[in-house]
Design a binder for this molecule. Structure first.
Ligand SMILES: Cc1cc2nc3c(=O)[nH]c(=O)nc-3n(C[C@H](O)[C@H](O)[C@H](O)COP(=O)(O)OP(=O)(O)OC[C@H]3O[C@@H](n4cnc5c(N)ncnc54)[C@H](O)[C@@H]3O)c2cc1C
Length: 489
């Protein structure tokens, strides 16, 4: 039985003692043969990505200079505005391609940055590209108008109607505007995930529609053989990455060796554990804690993929996840039938044993966010006493996988704390209200006194994760040792 001495001595205990089953059940036994060498991602992959990013921008600027961009800046107002309009267009286009490439699920990029880092980059690069595109439209229009007898409005009409590919470019711009407007946090919060996702796909359309006007009228595209080669290569590489990794690889894997549901198990009334099996699943290099995009071919909703993290260490031919019933898609999992075909994209994510840097590890999950921790606990190669699990839950009855976790913790000589109770309403804390006057940091140090020497794996609801991360940072854990997965888009 695990105990929490300091917290239990207090009058407002925040933990319940964990009963450890005498005999481990079928799903709880730790099998050392499942433990594999963690796949580490070399740090230089990220550096190489940064160099490539700035390299692309440098080439684009060099092409602009080579095309007379600098000289034009001193050749009068019209020429200067047009020249600036060209460089903003070129950088905006390059960033748009980088943007699409980042989301193409290229394994090297995924492993180097992780979904969280990629989403942040995607937003930053996306908004920059969009702002530059607006600047391009404005500068080019003013530049052309300065040398035209038709005035501003006449020039706008002339640009849109007379120049080849421009009507398509206007449509592409509108598509991109829609994507950007719905990506602003406030607007995004009001949209259902499906609507947001569908609108977001218009980004591909926007990028595609912008291409013809670059080909037919873009001076930098046509100016020199080097420029033509550069732009064609950039477009081709980006398109190939999307086609190969978003469509080709998942389709090939699923068609070559069918994956099917083999077990569906209720985890209380509000969650389901699903196990799937396929002959070659073990060859995909999956690590405990990573996630896949899952599609179940059991009816009309199959086109919509749902991300779920694996909740057990992968075996040679099975993967398993545990999902809370939050909406239609997750609730339907309870009715899945064994034998149902499954399409999988993945593995993705950086919450896995390969990112660990220290011998000591804290696996810290809240609610359904505990599920990847269970998988990591199973696979982590650790000495007795090196691993601590903190399982935060609103009510002890609603907690998932408690028996499996306590049994695994026992067999792995890990410490397992279940911290249950509702939060004080409105409070930004990782603790339940019953923790009384303790600060977030004090409570963390009570459970893990040498927390500063740990790697911290974190997963849970966004607000809870923010509070937990802040507590870990304040307790002396460097940011680079906090590894997290957000169950949110
Ligand atoms: C990387 C990652 C790993 C995840 N792992 C797990 C897991 O192991 N177990 C688990 O229970 N949940 C997990 N989730 C959350 C899970 O994907 C959503 O709860 C689920 O897709 C909801 O679908 P729904 O149709 O039941 O609910 P809906 O009613 O459609 O939505 C309920 C909530 O889930 C969000 N959501 C819906 N679809 C998606 C989607 N495709 N991607 C992200 N968020 C979505 C919505 O914003 C909403 O807040 C994970 C999410 C991410 C991003």
């Amino acid at each position: 039985m695990s105990t929490v001495p300091a917290l239990q001595r207090s009058s407002t205990s925040v933990t319940a003692p964990i009963p450890v089953p005498a005999a481990a059940g079928e799903h709880t036994a730790y099998r050392p043969d499942r433990r594999r060498t963690p796949r580490r991602t070399p740090g230089w992959w990220r550096d190489a990505g940064i160099v490539a990013f700035w390299g692309i921008n440098l080439v684009v600027t060099a092409l602009w200079v080579k095309g007379g961009g600098l000289q034009d800046l001193t050749a009068g107002t019209g020429a200067a505005l047009t020249s600036l309009g060209r460089i903003t267009a070129m950088i905006s286009s390059a960033l748009l391609l980088v943007q699409v490439f980042l989301m193409a699920r290229v394994p090297l990029v995924e492993r180097a940055w992780g979904p969280d880092g990629l989403v942040r980059l995607h937003r930053y690069v996306g908004f920059t590209s969009f702002n530059l595109m607006l600047a391009h439209i404005l500068l080019i229009t003013l530049g052309y108008a300065a040398g035209s007898p038709n005035g501003l409005w006449g020039t706008i009409v002339e640009l849109v109607v007379d120049y080849p590919g421009m009507l398509l470019a206007v449509a592409g711009t509108l598509a991109l505007c829609m994507v950007v407007v719905t990506s602003v946090r406030k607007a995004r919060a009001r949209l259902r995930y499906e609507s947001w996702h569908l609108i977001h796909l218009y980004g591909y359309l926007g990028a595609g529609l912008a291409l013809p006007h670059q080909l037919w009228t873009g001076q930098e595209f046509l100016d020199s053989t080097a420029a033509t080669w550069f732009w064609w290569t950039a477009y081709a590489v980006t398109a190939a990455a999307v086609l190969v990794y978003r469509l080709g690889v998942p389709a090939w894997r699923s068609l070559r060796s069918p994956i099917r549901v083999v077990d569906v198990r209720a985890e209380g009334p509000d969650a389901t554990t699903v196990t799937v099996s396929g002959k070659e699943i073990g060859d995909w290099g999956t690590q405990a804690g990573q996630f896949f995009q899952w599609r179940f071919l059991d009816g009309p909703g199959w086109t919509r993929a749902h991300p779920y993290s694996i909740s057990a260490a992968p075996t040679a031919d099975t993967l398993r996840f545990t999902a809370a019933h939050l909406g239609d898609g997750s609730a339907a999992l309870a009715h899945l039938r064994p034998g149902t075909r499954v399409l999988l994209e993945g593995p993705y994510g950086r919450l896995h044993p390969g990112v660990r840097t220290q011998p000591r590890v804290l696996l810290w999950g809240a609610g359904i966010g505990i599920t990847p921790m269970r998988a990591i606990l199973e696979e982590l190669d650790a000495a007795p006493g090196d691993v601590t699990v903190i399982h935060r839950t609103s009510t002890p009855d609603g907690a998932v996988l408690v028996e499996e976790l306590s049994s695994l913790a026992k067999s792995r000589d890990a410490r397992y704390f279940l911290v249950s109770g509702h939060r004080r309403p409105g409070a930004a804390t990782w603790l339940p209200a019953s923790a009384g006057e303790r600060t977030d940091v004090d409570a963390l140090r009570e459970l893990v006194p040498d927390i500063a020497d740990h790697d911290v794996y974190l997963c849970g609801a966004p607000a809870w994760m923010d509070a937990a991360r802040d507590a870990a940072l304040a307790a002396g854990v460097p940011a680079t040792r906090i590894h997290l997965e957000r169950f949110a888009y």
